[in-house]
Write a new protein. Structure first.
Length: 552
């Protein structure tokens, strides 16, 4: 066993949650601790090689368990917005690229001189002269710009512009956190190097979040462990993270905006691990998220705002999204559309193209802010790579634009989960719950007769037939049989619309049949983890359900 102890010296922890800028992060993420250790190691001149080897060992270990206060038991300080002066004014930023080019030319000349290579020296000196000339011209250009004197005045403290900043803080009852690798055992040299490195870590998160860290020899029992279906998304280090941080530093040089290149997994209490919820056949993380950045309707109307893409029109857009991905995928990647290379329809799970609409809250408006490509848990690395390549080719070829004829045009961009509103992030659709309700209607694969019959017995039998069809669609996805199930035509969630408002789903392009679609609410005896997508139209976003909690 190996463990690290971190004491919060001010009894507070200042760090912003990666998926909510208005909340503090808790518990402290292992990925953040690892990045703090890397920053401390890199501050030495030169960085110690034995400590680098220790960091490489640490990133290869499985995600640690945690000993800390439960997230529901810590106090979150009410967030206030402060306006602080910025340091990187545009006058300085404009010169960064020229300075870097000039510095690289100087280094190249020095290396060539050390190698005693006359030809390389001549070439490097010529490159340096060009870089110097370019820097002089750029400097003169900046000085002659309109407003350059006022830009220079921004260097003075009284004239700096200000930007809003928030400083979320968490007040745990126990200001000590343990990171516990229960199955890992470092060599004495590695443990000593990590302990020596931890002794120099002064902060975790914000610069005012002071800590004392060390290797723990006898850690207490963990209170949070990594588990699929957990309720807390936590960033953890992975193999290759140290190299990624070094590459990222070469790009942002400690000043430009950046994010921690970590992997996000879910954590839960040990009791929750023993009683894990039933998992969806689709992945809860790793979605390809495509945010709507512009929408142009057909005709002569003005471009729509982002909030004017109705969820009820989602079928046309998800069909167009699937078509765009398939057009840019290699022939052998027909799997992405649910077919084998021979053209036969696959029975195994394949990607679903779903709309992410704003539904289920008192202020929901039913607008579609983004789309997602949700892949099965069983997808192979080769098939996932084919999907990523198709998205990239689409970006290069058509700029991630969708066309639906009469529907107009959508402009999309690939984003991370934290770039989306919390109401539509993957965690919102994938969290465990015993109660679920449809955001888009379920398409039945069988049409019940006598559903509108005046004969009470026939109509009751037809209604039960509908419920059985939905139960069958749910259980075919690997979920337990719902303990309670009701169907309806009006929407069960605020923001969605009635079944009549959604475009009819048809089986096959040439099919004339119009299957019955219904909204539904489902209740399970035990929590199930999403995404919950059921029915005949699930691969195009119909039958998408949202969790409603355990009591509703």
């Amino acid at each position: 066993m190996f463990a690290i102890r971190v004491d919060l010296l001010t009894d507070r922890y200042y760090a912003t949650a990666f998926n909510d800028r208005q909340r503090g992060e808790w518990p402290p993420h292992p990925g953040r601790l690892f990045s703090a250790m890397v920053a401390t190691w890199a501050d030495d001149e030169p960085p110690a090689d034995d400590e680098r080897q220790a960091l490489l060992w640490l990133e290869e270990q499985p995600p640690p368990s945690l000993r800390c206060d439960h997230p529901d038991d810590v106090a979150q300080r009410e967030v206030a917005t402060h306006f602080v002066p910025i340091n990187d004014v545009s006058l300085l930023r404009a010169q960064d690229k020229d300075y870097q080019r000039l510095q690289a030319a100087h280094d190249a000349l020095a290396h060539a001189a050390d190698d005693d290579n006359p030809k390389a020296v001549t070439k490097a000196r010529s490159k340096l002269e060009r870089a110097e000339a370019t820097a002089v011209v750029a400097s003169q250009r900046e000085a002659n710009k309109t407003g350059a004197p006022s830009g220079a005045l921004q260097l003075l403290p009284d004239d700096r512009s200000k930007q809003p900043r928030t400083f979320p803080a968490v007040h745990p009852a126990t200001p000590t956190v343990y990171f516990i690798w229960e199955q890992s055992e470092p060599t004495p040299d590695v443990a000593e190097a990590i302990d020596h490195l931890l002794g120099r870590v002064a902060r975790l998160g914000h610069s005012s979040s002071l800590v004392a860290a060390s290797v723990a020899t006898d850690p207490p029992e963990a209170t949070m462990t990594p588990t699929e279906g957990g309720t807390d998304a936590v960033r953890v280090p992975v193999t290759g993270l140290l190299d990624a941080l070094e590459v990222a530093h070469q790009q942002h040089l400690g000043s430009a905006p950046r994010v921690l290149p970590n992997k996000v997994i879910t954590y839960g209490s040990p009791v929750a691990v023993e009683q894990q919820p039933t998992l969806s056949p689709y992945e809860a993380n790793g979605w390809v998220l495509l945010r709507v950045v512009a929408a142009d309707p057909s005709g002569d109307e003005a471009p729509r705002r982002l909030s004017e893409v109705p969820l009820r029109h989602c079928l046309g857009w998800t069909r167009a999204l699937r078509g765009a991905v398939l057009r840019h995928a290699p022939h052998e990647a027909a799997y992405l559309g649910g077919h084998a290379t021979s053209g036969q329809r696959l029975r195994e799970p394949h990607p679903a193209f779903i709309p992410l609409g704003f539904v289920g809250t008192p202020y929901a408006d039913g607008r579609c802010r983004a789309f997602a490509v949700v892949t099965p848990r069983s997808i192979s690395d080769a098939r996932r790579s084919a999907l990523d390549q198709a998205i990239e080719r689409w970006r290069e070829d058509a700029g991630l634009r969708l066309y639906t004829g009469r529907g107009g045009e959508l402009h999309l961009e690939v984003v991370n989960p934290d770039d989306l509103p919390p109401s539509i992030r993957p965690q919102r659709w994938a969290q465990p719950s015993t109660g679920w309700a449809t955001a888009t209607p379920i398409v039945l694969d069988r049409f019940p007769k006598h559903l509108r019959s005046d004969n009470v017995e026939r109509r009751t039998a037809a209604e039960e037939h509908v419920r059985d069809t939905i139960r069958r669609a749910v259980t075919l996805q690997g979920f337990p049989n719902p303990a309670g199930l009701e169907f309806q035509y009006p929407p069960p969630l605020r923001g969605s619309t009635s079944v009549r408002s959604f475009k009819a789903y048809r089986h096959g392009r040439n099919s004339r049949s119009r299957p019955l679609s219904v909204h539904a609410t489902l209740r399970f005896d035990e929590p199930v983890a999403g995404p919950l997508i059921v029915g005949a139209g699930r691969h195009l976003g119909y039958g998408l359900c949202a969790p409603t909690g355990d009591d509703r």
